[in-house]
Structure formats: structure tokens, C-alpha cells
Design a protein. Structure first.
Ligand SMILES: [Zn+2]
Lengths: 125, 362
């Protein structure tokens, strides 16, 4: 993750309920989380562009004991890395189903309707 | 780095391990250092270099040197880092000795890991800015996510993790230093609460107060002491940064193992006793196959048959305690001193970065 101003457009899009991911103007590959330089070709022009919002759980954990004080008492919750068909991996919580139902490979879709409203979450299809 | 015996570990020392030492890190470091010096039959004045590693939770090398009444100090460094250092700090010390920069190097790690600065909220890197707002904090959820996928891909389950932890407890039973020595039957394992699935409390090492020290010197000064044969350090994409890692289950051993065997001119079958960094249970099977000690296809049966009983004969970090891995390094020296082992492997884990060393009997 780069500087604050680097993730500014990403967070602004989240606030309006849209998931955007950088696309390298040089090589066309997607880059996420936001970077100042393309990790694949070194290009410095990385405008944000929308993604489909579809994804698959790459891996996850059910947090039963949180080490983030503001999340204590809100367990269990699911943290996951999500493979996007655009070729990047996104992070977030899997919500909208019991934690014990979450599986690797499970298809999910982005949602901004949860108790973390300005951050992308993932919901089973 | 092939050292071929150009440095020896002349002494080891440890404080008692506890959950509340009631003392500062400096006092712990000095006690462990004095024990190591006694063990080596050396006086503080014979030391001329001091190396340590820390996460802003320790006593600086120059304060330890002063407290030991070393009048002057040569090469000294407080290396910023955690478990990755547990094996490679021996390499740093060996380089000083092998190059003639130092005659004898004190290496230590001191921490009040339970009563002072705790590891469970330590930063895992810059990606936290992105993951922290979701309630991800400290190393456990990160390595739990790697473990979820690792178990799925390797065909291992909770009975195999139980075998790792239960064997660790059995090995610790005869170790008076160990914090956890009671047997752990499967039912007890399954009844332990999850921290972050698939890791239960008992799959994680226990945060510990304590210190461990080693003295590295020239073989001429310690002719009968275990020798450093090879040390490697490195890493690559893996569980330390899952955003772009092709294999999020990869830990340091998948990178350093080939380098270790190449540097050592040895093969996995030469290892008599593996001291594997076992801060989490799943790191044991992952390292067993990465280092070539067990074939992946044999792994589930190997664990259930407890064929891995020779791993961490003192109970490791899971049961003896957690002096950030350096207590496993000290155990490598104890094992070689028994005369029953010729070659010991010791490892240092920090996600997909880390280190490994081979020590041999002279
Ligand atoms: Zn590019």
C-alpha cells in the first residue's frame, strides 16, 4: 500500500459504493492494492478503473479472538483474500453467511452494505 | 554461506522462562549472558563483540556490554527483526569470527514477551494500512490465513495439527525449562478455543518473558564445541504479503532450503535433529517437506505415526517457550553435546523470510 494520496481515489470510490482497481497504462495489467509504480513493468501511470465486483475466496480465517481492540466483542468475523477475475487479489470480510460456511473457492460479490460501510466487503452469491 | 566449521558455539545460557519475569530486559539479558559465559568457561573481558535482535522491546548491546563490565567493545549491533534472525544471527557472529574482526561474540535475545511488549499486536508490515480497518491485527490472523490454504492444499487437518502439538508437549515433558509439559490428548486439543481458524490457542506458542544467549568464537578457542557448518538467510513472495504472492502458503523454508543444502554440501538425510521454528503448529509440517526431511505424500501418515518425534526434542517454541526462536538455537547446541547427534538443523521464521543453519559436532 502506498501513500494516502495514492489510495485517495480508491477510498473515494468506496465511499460512493464502487470498487476500483488500478490499471497500468503501460502493460494493461491490474494492480491492487494501489502502488505508485506498476510491479510488473515499472510504469508510473496507473489510473483507477472499475472492476466487475465478482470474486472467489482465495483463503480466509474466522477470527474468534481479535487483537484489534475496537473489534473485541464483534467476533467471530471472517477475514479473506479474494481473487478477482481481473487478475488481482482484494482483501475484506466475508459477510452475509455464517462464518462456518466460508470455503476456499467460494464465489462472492462485493458489497458496501455492512457495518463497515465505506470499505468493500464480500458476500456469497 | 558455507562456513565449514570456521566458528564454534562455545557457550549457551538462558534465564528461567515465565509469563511475568518481574525484571527488566537488561537484567534478563545479563543473566543469560553470564550463564553463557560460565558455560563457555570464559570471562566477560574475553568478549569483544555483541549482537542482538529486537523489536523495540529489548536491552541495547552497549548497555548489556557495560553491565557485564566489558571495558571496551568492538563490533556490536542491535539488529531490528524477529524470528527471521534466530538462525542467521549465528551467521553474523560467525562472519565476525571467521574474518578476524572478533575473537568472541555474545549473541542474545531478551524480552518480556508476555508481561511487557507483546507480540500479538506487532505490526506485520505496511499492508496493515489496508487490512487493519477490517479488524486484522498482529501476526496470528495473517499466519492463520496462510494455514487455512496450506491445510487445504496439503491434505492435513486438525488431527495432524494435534499430532504436532501433542508431540511437542510429550517432548517437553522431561524439560524443566518448559512452560507447557502436560500431555494433550486429541479431545483436549479439539476443546481448546480457536484464536483464528484453523489455529487454536494450543497451535500458537506462548508469549514468554526470558532471555537466551550464545557465545560464538573461533574453533581454536573452543575445540570441542559444536561448529557452524552453513547458514543461509533469505525469502520471497509468500505469506508475508498475500496481495500478489502466487503461493500464499509459502514460508521462508521454500526459499532457504535449497540454498542451505547447496552451501552445506549436505543432504536432508544428514540431519539428525531438526530444531524447527514452531511458533505455530503448521510451520512444522511445512518445514519438514520444504527442507526435504519428509516427502509430501508421506506427510499425513508421518505426523499421525509421530515419526516427527525427533523434531524439537525440548518441546520447541510451542511448549518450552518463546525467546523469539533463540531457545531452539541453544537446543541445537545441547543436542550436539550429547554425542547422539552429529548434525543439527535450526531455523528462523518470519513469514516468507527467514534463515536456517546447520551445526555439526567437531
Ligand atoms: Zn505495467
Amino acid at each position: 500500500m502506498g501513500d494516502d494520496d495514492l489510495s485517495g481515489p480508491y477510498l473515494a470510490a468506496c465511499a460512493r459504493g464502487e470498487l476500483v482497481v488500478q490499471r497500468c497504462a503501460g502493460c494493461g495489467r491490474r494492480v491492487h492494492p494501489p502502488e505508485p509504480e506498476c510491479p510488473w513493468c515499472g510504469g508510473g501511470e496507473l489510473p483507477f478503473a472499475p472492476v466487475s465486483g465478482a470474486g472467489q475466496v482465495h483463503t480466509f480465517t474466522v477470527v474468534h479472538r481479535s487483537f484489534a481492540p475496537e473489534f473485541r466483542g464483534r467476533e467471530p468475523y471472517v477475514l479473506a483474500w479474494i481473487d478477482l477475475p481481473e487478475g488481482v487479489r482484494a482483501f475484506g470480510r466475508v459477510t452475509g453467511c455464517p462464518p462456518e460456511r466460508v470455503r476456499i473457492g467460494m464465489p462472492v460479490r462485493v458489497t458496501f452494505e455492512d457495518d463497515l460501510p465505506d470499505l468493500p466487503q464480500w458476500r456469497p452469491l | 554461506m558455507g562456513l565449514r566449521g570456521k566458528a564454534a558455539v562455545a557457550g549457551i545460557g538462558m534465564t528461567a522462562l515465565s509469563r511475568r519475569s518481574g525484571r527488566g530486559e537488561l537484567a534478563l539479558a545479563v543473566e543469560a549472558a553470564r550463564a553463557a559465559l560460565d558455560d563457555a568457561g570464559m570471562a566477560p573481558g574475553e568478549l569483544d563483540a555483541v549482537l542482538s535482535y529486537h523489536m523495540n522491546d529489548s536491552a541495547p548491546a552497549i548497555r548489556v556490554a557495560r553491565a557485564l563490565r566489558m571495558e571496551t567493545i568492538g563490533w556490536h549491533n542491535d539488529i531490528s527483526g524477529g524470528g527471521t534472525q534466530a538462525a542467521s544471527i549465528l551467521g553474523d557472529a560467525a562472519m565476525l569470527v571467521a574474518c578476524g574482526v572478533a575473537r568472541a561474540v555474545l549473541v542474545y535475545r531478551a524480552l518480556n514477551g508476555r508481561s511487557g511488549v507483546r507480540m500479538n499486536t506487532a505490526s506485520t508490515g505496511p499492508q496493515e494500512r489496508f487490512t487493519r480497518p477490517y479488524g486484522m491485527a498482529g501476526p496470528i490472523p495473517m499466519f492463520a490465513m496462510a494455514a487455512t490454504r496450506y491445510l487445504a492444499e496439503s491434505g492435513l487437518g486438525e488431527e495432524h495439527l494435534h499430532a504436532v502439538v501433542a508431540q511437542s508437549r510429550d517432548n517437553a515433558a522431561a524439560n524443566p525449562r518448559a512452560l507447557r509439559r502436560d500431555p494433550l490428548p486429541l479431545a483436549g486439543y479439539l476443546a481448546a478455543p480457536y484464536v483464528c481458524t484453523p489455529l487454536r490457542t494450543v497451535d500458537c506458542c506462548q508469549e514468554t518473558d526470558g532471555a537466551c544467549a550464545l557465545i560464538v568464537t573461533t574453533p581454536a578457542r573452543a575445540p570441542s564445541a559444536p561448529r557452524l557448518h552453513a547458514v543461509v538467510r533469505g525469502g520471497g513472495p509468500g505469506c508475508s504479503a498475500m496481495d500478489r504472492a502466487p503461493d500464499v502458503t509459502a514460508i521462508f523454508s521454500s526459499y532457504v532450503a535449497p540454498a542451505l543444502w547447496a552451501a552445506a554440501g549436505m543432504a536432508p538425510g544428514d540431519v539428525d535433529v531438526p530444531l524447527l521454528y514452531d511458533a505455530y503448529s503448521w510451520l512444522v509440517p511445512r518445514q519438514l517437506t520444504d527442507f526435504g526431511l519428509v516427502h509430501p505424500a508421506d506427510l499425513p501418515g508421518h505426523l499421525l505415526a509421530r515419526a516427527h518425534a525427533r523434531v524439537n526434542p525440548h518441546g520447541g517454541l510451542l511448549s518450552e517457550g518463546y525467546v523469539h526462536g533463540l531457545n531452539n538455537t541453544a537446543q541445537a547446541v545441547r543436542e550436539l553435546r550429547t554425542g547422539h547427534a552429529e548434525v543439527a538443523l535450526v531455523t528462523g521464521f518470519g513469514g516468507s523470510y527467514g534463515s536456517a543453519a546447520l551445526l555439526v559436532r567437531p
